[in-house]
Design a protein around this ligand. Structure first.
Ligand SMILES: [Zn+2]
Length: 244
């Protein structure tokens, strides 16, 4: 079957002498792996160099008995050139691409994650606050991939968490003052940081980015989100390895 869609390159690598293999995050078919035959022997064969993070119109033959398909056309739509000259911006884009590649199952459409990645790359070209952009992306991707932290009430007893909340990485939410942290892994979190995460969970991308954050809240969010993602990704990676 011939399929036409658009896709963002999550990663690409050389394959044998003349070809390249790429993983695309596509608008219509989710995460798709494809081979671009002959692209290194004849760079003019495709209208794209298949650089990481570029947005392309693609046409591919979808094989039913393989998870690697044959890309016949690939034309660049957006290179996101504004992020290419800056190491910090490139690192942030690589992080987002890796996160999506790890969290998303193969060939399952998710338009919200697709749109999120496009917005992230667009904003990453011009933002003056890369950290805030990454944290907003982290909170959104957690919600969209089924790891949304539970912050409304205590994750263990459902009571209100009025003061001195702690965030449990293992349980994926807040613990109230009465509930014990049996594994000793919960980390104190300020109500301001909790309110910031909830604001971003509830609001769209533009409104989320308009939220002002004090430096200490940014620092807290960075710590909690990075640790939470590492914790769940490790479990996720272990379980996918176990399944394959
Ligand atoms: Zn509780």
């Amino acid at each position: 079957m011939i399929v036409k869609t658009e896709g963002i390159v999550l990663k690409s690598s050389d394959l044998r002498e003349t070809s390249r293999m790429a993983t695309f995050l596509t608008r219509d078919y989710g995460k798709v792996k494809g081979v671009l035959k002959g692209i290194r022997k004849d760079p003019g064969k495709f209208g794209s160099s298949v650089e990481k993070f570029s947005l392309n119109d693609i046409v591919y033959y979808q094989y039913l008995n393989s998870d690697i398909h044959l890309v016949s056309q690939c034309d660049m739509k957006d290179f996101f050139s504004g992020l290419r000259q800056d190491l910090e911006r490139m690192t942030a884009a690589s992080y987002a691409a890796e996160l999506i590649d790890t969290l998303m199952p193969a060939e399952e459409q998710n338009l919200e994650i697709y749109n999120l990645m496009q917005l992230f790359l667009k904003c990453l070209q011009t933002t003056s606050d890369i950290g805030k952009l990454v944290q907003t992306f982290q909170i959104k991707i957690l919600s969209l991939s089924g790891f949304k932290p539970h912050l409304e009430t205590c994750v263990r007893c459902s009571n209100d968490v009025a003061d001195s909340p702690r965030f449990s990485l293992r349980l994926g939410g807040l613990l109230c003052g009465l509930c014990k942290d049996s594994a000793g892994e919960a980390t104190p979190i300020s109500l301001g940081a909790v309110a910031s995460i909830m604001h971003i969970q509830k609001n769209n991308w533009e409104a989320s980015l308009r939220l002002g954050m004090a430096p200490f809240i940014k620092k807290e969010l960075k710590y909690v989100l990075n640790h939470f993602l590492v914790f769940h990704l490790e479990r996720h990676l272990r379980s996918t390895r176990f399944l394959s």
